[in-house]
Structures are given as C-alpha cells and as structure tokens.
Design a protein around this ligand. Structure first.
Ligand SMILES: [Fe+2]
Length: 144
C-alpha cells in the first residue's frame, strides 16, 4: 500500500502518520499470517489509540487555527475512529481477562478498521485538509 492522491509530502505531519499506519498494518498482517497476532495486537491497538489521542487532535488544532470549513464533519470522523479504537481496546481486555490468548478475529477487525480509515479518511478527508493547509500557509503546517 502506498501513499497516493494529494498527500505529496509537503504536509509532513499527516504524511508521516500515513506511513506509520501502513507499517503497523503490515506488521499485524504478518503476525496473523504466522499465527502470532496475539503478541502483536496490543502494540497495534496502543499505536492507533495514541494516534487518535495525539495526531488527530493535532490535525484538529490546525483545522481550527486556519479556519478549515469542513472542521466539524472531519472532527466527527476522528471522534468515531477514536471510539472504534476504544471498543477494540475493550474487546482486547475482555479476551485477556477470559484467559484466552487468541485474538485472531480482533486482529483481523483491527486491520480492517485501519485499512478502512486509510482509504475512507486519510486518502480523502486528510488529502482535502492537506490541500487546504498547503494553500493557507505553505510550509508552516510542517511544524511538529
Ligand atoms: Fe483527519
């Protein structure tokens, strides 16, 4: 899976996270393939929760700062994704508390959620945001 569309690297903080998510998906897919997903699922879900708590809030700060006109709908999608990640975390805790190490189904659901997020949000909504930020303030949105 490669970056496509309008994320061309000039809005660094969005592009870097795109690549991070792809790497995490690849890692978890490999773990599923080798039946080791119970060892990898924690790190993946933790990463996606952290991404929700840190990166998505950073996007939202940029949207507010530059008066992004699609802020509310974009933020609503962020909130839904964050809630979805919380559900996955709770599901993982249930699996762990039942004494089961198996989390194949949860791993597949996590992979699907991340792939859907990339295709439905990052490649569409974030590309629009990157365009807006580029036009609003070329280069300034690259700050970390
Ligand atoms: Fe976003």
């Amino acid at each position: 899976m490669r970056l496509s569309g309008d994320l061309d690297g000039s809005i660094t903080f969005i592009d870097e996270k795109f690549e991070d998510i792809i790497m995490r998906i690849d890692t978890l897919q490999q773990a599923v393939k080798w039946q080791l997903c119970r060892y990898a699922i924690d790190k993946t879900i933790f990463f996606l929760e952290d991404y929700s708590a840190v990166h998505l809030r950073k996007e939202e700060r940029h949207m507010r700062r530059y008066g992004y006109p699609l802020y509310l709908s974009h933020k609503e999608r962020h909130d839904r994704f964050a809630a979805q990640m919380l559900d996955l975390r709770e599901e993982l805790l249930k699996i762990r508390s039942s004494g089961s190490g198996g989390s194949y189904e949860l791993s597949v659901r996590t992979i699907q959620a991340a792939v859907d997020w990339l295709n439905e949000h990052v490649r569409q909504d974030d590309c629009k945001l990157a365009d807006f930020l580029r036009n609003s303030r070329t280069g300034a949105a690259q700050e970390s």
